[in-house]
Design a binder for this molecule. Structure first.
Ligand SMILES: Nc1ncnc2c1ncn2[C@@H]1O[C@H](COP(=O)(O)OP(=O)(O)OP(=O)(O)O)[C@@H](O)[C@H]1O
Length: 239
């Protein structure tokens, strides 16, 4: 089991800085919540890890002590980091099965599709459907399933519940809950939905205006209404 470690990471879009010296560790087999208001820097942190081209990153990001510095996105993916973007990016003209098969890499077991479908059952019922026929929640399930097709060590999810109905959010929660044990992955869950994070994550980090504002156990945050008021969006669901 290895860890993904961010140390003193600074990120900017051109001249505009969005992250200021952020540090965070994610172990394989655990789920960590990344909370914060709109514009706090959650997506930027995930994009920094995968070296998304719009972001310029300084500081250290490493897996098991091996630096990812300077590597392009596809190489970082080969090191075992998968990203579930907030806009889901399902190929609309392809079937769900084709969307998943395209993401099946050589390092992953031959039966990875069966394993993924067992963990994300919603996707199993959709295999012959085209991307354009899917609801937002179904697209989200496909996006998560696709991330698993490369047998990653770490999965970075960007607001998977955004805009989704409670019933499908519950199905996604059940699937995400299985991932650390069934795939051995570490899940970094960027969210504004605190109830969703609290149901899945043992630890939580809060970013505010690009800085790490607080980090600790989910249980501690649940019992800290002042922190919730200060750092989470008004109306963020509470457990
Ligand atoms: N492509 C971009 N170009 C310039 N600035 C950007 C870009 N993307 C994000 N930003 C800025 O970076 C800061 C952090 O944004 P980010 O998207 O990381 O926040 P977030 O916490 O994910 O918010 P949300 O919950 O709204 O997605 C914000 O000030 C935002 O305006």
């Amino acid at each position: 089991m290895s860890a993904l470690r961010l140390s003193d990471v600074t990120a900017s879009y051109g001249h505009a800085k969005a992250l200021f010296g952020v540090s965070l560790t994610l172990e394989q087999g655990e789920t960590v919540g990344l909370l914060g208001r709109n514009g706090a820097g959650k997506s930027t942190l995930l994009k920094s890890v995968i070296a998304e081209p719009s972001v310029t990153v300084a500081g250290e990001i490493a897996i098991a002590g091996r630096s990812l510095r300077g590597l392009p996105t596809y190489r970082i993916s080969r090191h075992g980091v998968a990203w579930v973007p907030d806009d889901r990016r399902v190929f609309t003209a392809l079937s769900v099965r084709e969307n998943l098969e395209l993401a099946h890499t050589r390092n992953a077991p031959a039966d990875q599709l069966d394993k993924v479908v067992a963990s994300v059952p919603l996707v199993g019922r959709l295999l012959t459907r085209r991307g354009y026929e899917l609801s937002g929640g179904e697209q989200q399930a496909v996006s998560i399933a696709r991330a698993l097709m490369s047998a990653p060590r770490f999965v970075l999810m960007d607001e998977p519940t955004e805009g989704l109905a409670p019933l499908i959010v519950e199905q996604l929660r059940e699937s995400i809950a299985r991932l650390p044990a069934e795939f051995g992955v570490g899940v970094l869950l960027a969210e504004q939905n605190f109830a969703f994070v609290a149901a899945l994550a043992q630890r939580v980090a809060i970013v505010a205006t690009g800085r790490m504002a607080w980090a600790g156990s989910t249980a501690e945050l649940k019992n800290s209404p002042d922190l919730i008021d200060r750092y989470l969006s008004a109306g963020a669901s509470q457990p």
